[in-house]
Design a protein around this ligand. Structure first.
Ligand code: NOJ
Length: 494
C-alpha cells in the first residue's frame, strides 16, 4: 500500500511540474490545518435536543433550491462519526482542525435560558479528543446555521441578533474555553450578506439587494465586536486565547492597466472585503463606500444615505476587535468600471453603488463556476490584506478546490493546493507577509450548501450512498500529509 502511494505521489510530482513550486521550507511554527462546519458534516439535524436552524428550514421548505433536492439531515454523519474524523486528522498530521459549533445544538431556541446538555457533551468530547491527539481546535461560533427562532425575528437584519450572538458566545467561552484557544466569531459575512440577504442565492433566500446587504453587514460586524468584547473582558485573562473573524474575498485584479480599471479594482476590494474588514481593522466603513452610497442616495432622492451609519461609539467599539486576520479565498476576478458614481441613477442597487463588474479569464483552470486556479491572485491578496489592515498575522482559514467528479485520483486538487501553498511561500519570503497558517477546505466531502453533494471539496471522499458514510482518503490527502511531514512542496527544499 505504502509503495503504491509513493509511486502515485512520484508520478504526480512529474505531472505537476514541481519546478514551478517555491522550494523554501515552511517557516518554523507554520500551522497546517483542515476545516469543516457543523451543518455541512454533522447530520443529526433533529437528534438529542437540537433545535431547528436556518438551513434545516431552508432545505426542507425549498427543496428545489438545492441541487438534487439534498439536505444536510445526515450529511457526513459526523455527529456519530467524529472519532473517525479525528483519526483521519491525526494520521494527516495537521496542527489544527477548524470546525464550527451548531448554535441550535447548544441552545435549541437560540437563547441561553435553555442549554442543551447533549450539545455541550458532543463538543466537549471532540475538544478533549483533539487535545489528546495534539490537534488545536480553531472554533467558529457561527457558520451560517442561525437558530430558526432568531431568523423569525429578522435574522441578520435585526440588530438585536448581535446581543443574542454575544450571549451564545459567552456560553461557548465558558463551557469550552479550557480547550479552545483560537476562536472565530463569524464565518464569511460577505457570503451571508450577499448570498443570503441581497442576491437570494443562499438561506434565507432574500433578494433585498442593497437594503439586505448593508443592514446585514452592519449587524454582522456589531455582533462580532460584541462577542470579541465578551471574550476580551470576561475570559481572555483566565483562558489566554485569541479571537477574530473570518472574512472571505477573491482577489480583485484590474482588467487592464488603465487608471480607470485600477481604481475600479480598489473600489471592488472596498465594497467586497473592506465593508467587513475596515470597521474591524481600521474603523468605520471604507471611505469610498461611505462616499459612493451617500452621493447616489442623494441623487436618488433619499433623505439620508442608504448605508446604515455607525455612531462614533460604535466605530470605537468595533475597531481593533481582531487578534489575527482569518482569510477565506478561492479565486480571482478581473475588474472593470461598470458605472460612474453619478451614472444610472434611478435604481438603487449595491451593484451600482459598487460601480464595478467582474469577469474571469477563460484560460484559468476551473471545474465549477466559482473556483479558479489563480495562485498569483492569492499572493496579491495576502500582500494587500497585510498592508491594508495594519500588518496583522494572517491565518488562511479556508482554501481549496471543488470538482464535480469527486475522484480519488484528484490531481487537479493537488495542483491547485500546491500552487496556492507555493504562492503563500512567495508572499511570506518575498513580500514579507506574516502568514502563519493554512487550512484546506475541506477535510471531508460534505454538504456544499445549495450545490448539495454535487460539488466535492474534501481531501477525504465520503460515500453518501452508504449508511456508513464510508470515508476514503484521496490522493490529495496523502500528498498533503507528505507536505506537512516534510514542510516542503518539492522533493528537496532549501
Ligand atoms: C465557504 C464556506 O465557509 C464553506 O462553508 C464552503 O463550503 C466553502 N467556502 C466552499 O464553498
Amino acid at each position: 500500500m505504502k509503495l503504491v502511494i509513493f509511486l502515485t505521489l512520484f508520478a504526480l510530482s512529474q505531472v505537476l511540474g514541481e519546478s514551478d513550486l517555491n522550494n523554501r521550507t515552511f517557516p518554523d511554527g507554520f500551522k497546517f490545518g483542515a476545516a469543516t462546519a457543523s451543518y455541512q458534516i454533522e447530520g443529526a439535524w433533529n437528534l438529542d435536543g437540537k433545535g431547528v436552524q436556518l438551513w434545516d428550514w431552508y432545505t426542507h421548505t425549498y427543496p428545489d433550491r438545492i441541487d438534487e433536492q439534498d439536505t444536510g439531515d445526515v450529511a457526513c454523519d459526523s455527529y456519530h462519526k467524529w472519532r473517525e474524523d479525528i483519526e483521519l486528522l491525526k494520521a494527516l498530521g495537521v496542527n489544527h482542525y477548524r470546525l464550527s459549533i451548531s448554535w441550535s445544538r447548544l441552545l435549541p431556541n437560540g437563547t441561553v435560558n435553555n442549554i442543551n446538555p447533549k450539545g455541550i457533551e458532543y463538543y466537549k468530547n471532540i475538544f478533549k479528543t483533539l487535545r489528546e491527539n495534539n490537534i488545536e481546535p480553531l472554533v467558529t461560533l457561527y457558520h451560517w446555521d442561525l437558530p430558526i427562532t432568531l431568523h423569525e425575528i429578522g435574522g441578520w437584519t435585526n440588530p438585536l441578533i448581535a446581543e443574542y450572538f454575544a450571549e451564545y458566545a459567552r456560553v461557548c467561552f465558558r463551557e469550552f474555553g479550557e480547550y479552545v484557544k483560537t476562536w472565530i466569531t463569524i464565518n464569511e459575512p460577505q457570503s451571508t450578506c450577499w448570498g443570503g440577504y441581497a442576491a437570494g442565492a443562499k438561506a434565507p433566500g432574500y433578494s433585498l439587494d442593497w437594503e439586505g446587504l448593508y443592514l446585514c453587514a452592519y449587524v454582522h460586524v456589531l455582533a462580532h465586536a460584541k462577542a470579541y468584547h465578551v471574550y476580551d473582558e470576561e475570559f481572555r485573562s483566565s483562558q489566554n486565547g485569541r479571537i477574530s473573524i473570518v472574512i472571505d474575498s477573491p482577489w480583485a485584479e484590474p482588467a487592464s492597466n488603465s487608471s480607470v480599471d485600477i481604481a475600479a479594482a480598489q473600489q471592488e476590494r472596498e465594497f467586497v472585503l473592506g465593508i467587513y474588514a475596515n470597521p474591524i481593522f481600521r474603523g468605520n466603513w471604507p471611505q469610498i463606500v461611505i462616499d459612493n452610497i451617500a452621493t447616489r442616495s442623494k441623487l436618488e432622492g433619499f433623505a439620508r444615505s442608504r448605508l446604515p451609519q455607525f455612531t462614533q461609539e460604535e466605530i470605537d467599539f468595533i475597531n481593533g476587535t481582531a487578534d489575527f486576520f482569518g482569510l477565506n479565498t478561492y479565486g480571482t476576478g478581473l475588474i472593470t468600471l461598470q458605472n460612474k458614481v453619478d451614472e444610472d441613477i434611478g435604481t438603487p442597487s449595491y451593484s451600482l453603488d459598487k460601480g464595478t463588474s467582474s469577469t474571469v479569464d477563460p484560460s484559468w483552470p476551473s471545474d465549477v463556476p466559482w473556483v479558479h486556479q489563480v495562485p498569483w491572485g492569492f499572493r496579491k491578496l495576502l500582500k494587500y490584506v497585510y498592508e491594508q489592515y495594519g500588518h496583522p498575522e494572517i491565518i488562511v482559514t479556508e482554501n481549496g478546490w471543488a470538482d464535480k467528479s469527486g475522484t480519488l485520483n484528484d490531481v487537479d486538487r493537488i495542483s491547485y493546493v500546491s500552487q496556492y501553498l507555493s504562492a503563500l511561500l512567495d508572499a511570506y519570503y518575498e513580500d514579507g507577509v506574516n502568514v502563519a497558517g493554512y487550512t484546506v477546505w475541506s477535510l471531508l466531502d460534505n454538504f456544499e450548501w445549495t450545490n448539495g453533494y454535487t460539488q466535492k471539496l474534501g481531501i477525504v471522499q465520503v460515500d453518501f450512498n452508504s449508511d456508513n458514510r464510508t470515508r476514503t482518503p484521496k490522493d490529495s490527502y496523502h500528498w498533503y500529509q507528505k507536505v506537512i511531514q516534510t514542510k516542503c512542496l518539492v522533493e528537496n527544499c532549501v
